[in-house]
Write a protein that binds this ligand. Structure first.
Ligand code: TXA
Ligand code: MG
Length: 323
């Protein structure tokens, strides 16, 4: 495995060729780092599962460079999905749509729908454009972490997670720290109305404003949708330390809260973000820092309000779920 820290046009072209050959490329997106493979190559996608230690049958998101490539992967696209795509792509949003024949069972987990996203990170977009110019149709990329662990938001975090599992020809592109910090908003667009399956930086309020409809977040788990989303498993996004969302830390426990909360005596402050946006951005690195310090417990004061706070608290609840 090689990490490329100077992502020149030539280096990105090389990474696109690496994907075409069937090897893996971990790359930055605005949300978290993804572990990419040619989405039409069964063996390459199979390696993603091996490297992540992910159970087979979980679907992966396809990354494309532009909305104009959407109809290669998806069909019967509702007008509201086009509107969302036109408004929020490139950006931190994944649409679940009925699949075309190009999206095989090894991508969709055997379901008739496929998750698609156009990321906005310049390295990701450039990689996708160069990959497509070499004949590629899309890059399958789950978050570049071992299954159930915290998503990486830096190239170093990818190395620490996956170096032992990647092969000689695989690459990691270093594009700096991710700006959003939590995974994309996933919206099920296979029904008459959109349904948020995973909250993210494209918030319920933004979707409501765009489509001029009301979205009931409580619906997402109660719907009888046959959609399997790994992120919907209760314990996920979890550091090695045990996460507590209530109670107060004692001597040597980690502590994460907005900057306006003072650090309780004896606690080890691992993040003090000033805004909810910054909270999302630093949360996973704070978890990693606590693990690096060997802390066994992290006490967290969740975010408040709507918007991205919903995504932060969704990840916090999952990270705190007892394993
Ligand atoms: O921000 C993101 O979405 C990042 C970056 C790398 O793009 N990717 C990401 O992928 O978070 P992953 O695989 O770690 O999480 C994607 C989630 C999983 O829970 C997966 O099960 C779900 O999306 N998913 C993917 N395709 C799906 C589909 N066809 N139907 C339902 N859920 C799907
Ligand atoms: Mg993930």
């Amino acid at each position: 495995m090689t990490t490329i820290s100077n992502c020149t046009a030539t280096a990105i072209k090389g990474a696109a060729a690496t994907l075409i050959k069937g090897d893996l490329v971990a790359f930055p997106t605005e949300t978290v780092y993804g572990l990419g493979a040619d989405a039409t190559n069964k063996e390459a996608v199979g390696r993603i599962y091996e490297v992540k230690g992910r159970p087979v049958g979980h679907p992966v998101i396809i990354h494309i460079s532009s909305i104009s490539n959407l109809d290669k992967w998806a069909r019967d696209i509702p007008e509201y999905a086009f509107k969302l795509a036109r408004t929020f792509w490139p950006g931190p949003m994944t649409l679940i749509l009925p699949r075309t024949d190009i999206a095989k069972n090894f991508i969709t987990g055997g379901q008739d729908n496929v998750g698609i996203r156009v990321p906005s990170h310049i390295v990701a977009l450039d990689l996708l454009k160069k990959f497509e110019s070499l004949g590629g149709l899309g890059v399958a990329a789950p978050s570049a972490n071992r299954f159930g662990a915290v998503s990486p938001t830096t190239a170093t975090a990818v190395e620490i997670e996956l170096a032992d599992y990647l092969s000689e020809n695989d690459q990691i592109l270093d594009g700096g720290a991710c700006l959003v910090g939590v995974e994309s908003t996933i919206i099920n667009c296979t029904q008459d109305h959109p349904l948020i399956l995973r909250p993210g930086a494209i918030t319920k309020e933004m979707i409501e404003d765009t489509l001029r409809i009301f979205i009931d977040l409580n619906n997402s788990n109660s719907e009888s949708i046959q959609i399997k989303a790994a992120g919907l498993i209760e314990s996920h996004y979890a550091p090695k330390a045990k996460v507590f969302l209530t109670g107060l830390p004692t001597l040597g426990d980690g502590f994460i809260a907005l900057d306006s909360f003072a650090t309780p005596t004896g606690a080890v402050r691992v993040a003090a973000p000033k805004t909810n946006e910054e909270y999302a951005q630093v949360l996973y690195e704070a978890f990693r820092l606590a693990d690096n310090k060997g802390l066994s417990r992290i006490f967290v004061i969740p975010a408040t309000g709507g918007g991205i706070a919903v995504a932060i608290n969704d990840r916090l609840v999952k990270s705190a779920f007892s394993k």
